[in-house]
Design a protein. Sequence first.
Length: 133
Amino acid sequence: MRTIRLLAPAVCLVLAATACTGTDAPEPGAAAPDSPAATAAASSAAGSAPDGGSAQVSAKEVCAYLDSQLPTLKGIGSETGVMANLTVNLYSWYEKQGPVPTGRQIDDQTRQGCPATRTEVLKLAGMESFERL
């Protein structure tokens, strides 16, 4: 139990650190942001984005994911462990889908799409809102 309490903040710290590594600093030799080359590159990159690459994940998809995670979360046995698992796995899942929403956006989607699942997941994690993640 003590290991989980020490591990959860460490996992959160690692996630926070890795989220900050993708800086917007231009690479050496990259075109200036206002140059025609940069504008053309941005236009072609936007046109070649995969389907759903910038679209927000639907409430149905979030609810299906959370439903699939319930057995794992129930088996963890501690609120801290559930919160750590949820933090890492939910963030990773969202990152694969596209932009990662805020906790408030997740709350809104799950309140509308799957209130029972939302309540159960939050109860297992000892939270009242996804904003704590």
